[in-house]
Design a protein around this ligand. Structure first.
Ligand code: HEC
Ligand code: HEC
Ligand code: HEC
Ligand code: HEC
Length: 128
């Protein structure tokens, strides 16, 4: 009986390890936001542990950030992951109402402010 319990515990721990490794290394493993559209950058990329961040912040829907719009309306069940934000949002305002820097700030800081959690100071996201 005792031996069986031990085996079961060992199995659970093993499965836990496998899961941890898989969720850590699977998918894309994004650790910084560094949009290729910023050519002359004033600051280094922003540290952002994609999967860990989204787990901690309990963001289950990919399109909370990777959204799709049609005729100016948010499409509820579609998402645009794999596309850089700058594929739709231009550096300068131009055709878009909001510039690329500001859409990042609006999305990241906006949610942190709304949820009263996560960094909102420049230096917290842009470490020296
Ligand atoms: C809090 C916002 C946020 C959420 C939620 C989110 N992502 Fe991302 N994701 C980003 C940002 C920011 C980047 C980096 C900038 C870019 O490439 O667009 C990114 C990049 C990616 C990339 C590109 C990886 C690469 O190497 O270029 C993929 C794929 C991706 N995310 C998939 C997902 C999936 C799948 C989900 C849902 C399970 C998800 N994301 C949820 C913000 C988010
Ligand atoms: C497939 C194209 C597409 C991609 C990719 C995309 N967006 Fe958007 N986004 C839009 C469109 C269209 C709008 C509607 C407003 C407008 O006309 O610009 C919008 C609006 C926004 C807005 C203002 C409304 C809101 O949701 O608060 C923010 C902020 C924003 N995007 C941030 C981002 C960020 C950050 C990324 C990358 C993680 C991203 N977008 C990726 C197309 C896109
Ligand atoms: C829809 C909401 C939402 C969006 C969008 C979002 N965050 Fe967060 N973020 C949170 C929440 C909630 C927390 C606090 C999580 C916790 O309780 O630890 C957080 C925490 C963080 C932290 C500190 C903890 C950690 O994971 O290192 C950083 C850094 C961070 N966010 C960066 C970003 C960046 C950069 C972006 C934009 C690319 C972003 N966040 C977009 C909700 C969001
Ligand atoms: C919640 C996180 C967050 C906060 C707070 C924040 N930023 Fe950013 N910022 C970002 C992200 C993400 C990007 C996109 C980075 C990239 O793609 O390289 C960005 C991009 C930028 C860029 C354009 C890229 C460059 O290096 O030239 C500038 C300038 C900038 N931020 C300045 C600021 C200033 C000034 C503040 C304080 C008023 C601030 N940021 C606060 C997340 C943040």
């Amino acid at each position: 009986m005792e031996k069986r319990t031990l085996i079961i515990y060992t199995l659970i721990i093993l499965l836990g390890c496998i899961f941890a490794v898989m969720s850590g290394y699977s998918q894309e493993d994004v650790t910084t936001v560094e949009d290729s559209a910023f050519e002359k950058k004033m600051r280094p990329g922003v540290p952002f542990l994609h999967d860990q961040h989204n787990e901690q912040a309990e963001l289950d829907e990919c399109n909370t950030c990777h959204h799709v719009y049609e005729d100016g309306k948010l499409v509820e069940y579609d998402s645009s992951e794999g596309q850089e934000c700058s594929e739709c949002h231009t550096i300068n305002k131009g055709d878009n109402p909001i510039s690329l820097v500001n859409i990042y700030h609006l999305q990241c800081k906006g949610c942190h402010q709304e949820k009263k959690a996560g960094p909102i100071m420049c230096s917290e996201c842009h470490p020296r």
